[in-house]
Design a protein around this ligand. Sequence first.
Ligand code: ZN
Ligand code: ZN
Ligand code: ZN
Length: 357
Amino acid sequence: MKRGMTLILSVLVSAVLVGCGQQPSGQTVPQTPETTEAAAHVHVYTTETVPASCTSPGYVLHSCACGDSYRTDEVPQLEHTYTRSRLDATCTEGGGLLYTCACGDSYIERTSPPLGHDYQQAEPVPPQGNQRGYTENVCTRCGDTYRGKFTWTNEAMGAYFDDAAFIGDSLTYMLFQYNNSVHPMGNVTFLCRGGVSVHSLLIGQRALTYRGKEYAPEDALKACGAKKVFIMLGINDAPWAGVDKTIENLQEMVRRILEVNPDMEIFLQACSPILKSAEERTMPNNAYYDLNRGIEALAKEKGYHYVDITTNLKLPDGSLIPEYCNDSFAHLNPAGCEVWVNAIKEYVYEENLYDPE
Ligand SMILES: [Zn+2]
Ligand SMILES: [Zn+2]
Ligand SMILES: [Zn+2]
């Protein structure tokens, strides 16, 4: 009903407004009942020339007040026009050339790598009570800071080590002596013996001593009642047995320890580095690095702790800092042992293993 009325009205209007419904091309659209409604309006186009820019093409826009529009004379988008400026390298960004277009588009051509931070160490802040000490490192260029070389008082966390035992060779013996003089680890037990290797302990060629008696590692731990064991072994194995065999033997040693002491918490320590000058008669530090990666992988696989005590003991080339050595090889002096203990306490702290309250 309603549609019928509209149609009648449209036909009437179209009879008056001749020429409506013409396309831009000038062709007349055949009049049908469906198109006569649009034919009630004659488009009147105004033209506007939109120039091409580097972000859009150019064209002539023809638009009618009714909203209808179309484009002609399209020209392609222009190239960007870049101006070039020099970028100096910073700590974190490389140097190069910056190309910028007025439209905001830009790109960088790198010509040099980032400079990297130039950190200088401030005076160490000493530890106090259960608060750790630290050294602030400040970049001389950008002011970026980070804290490192965390230190702990001898009293801090001492009780954590009351039920801990250390198994090791002559390297650990140095820690035993250090602990005897300054007592940073409570009533810790040392089960160490110079020259022992994982291999010699496994085959029973060597033994560990506890209160004057000799034991295999797993039995020594049972005898002393330890609940945690910190092991550092491998430096007497790897040079001749190779890394893979050493790791395999270490795994077997831990297996035996857990067989006899099922609740033992296992801490595998990285072997401490050796002096650069000692590499020739043992093995290069990068081989010890491989050994430590192997120990770390074993710990990860089996869910043991891995304590990398080497971070603050070595030079950038991976060798032992000479100031921490008390011989021409690898044994740590008290200053080196202090770094060692701090690394262990830092691990205990970071892993939330001990609550001093
Ligand atoms: Zn129109
Ligand atoms: Zn542009
Ligand atoms: Zn910086």
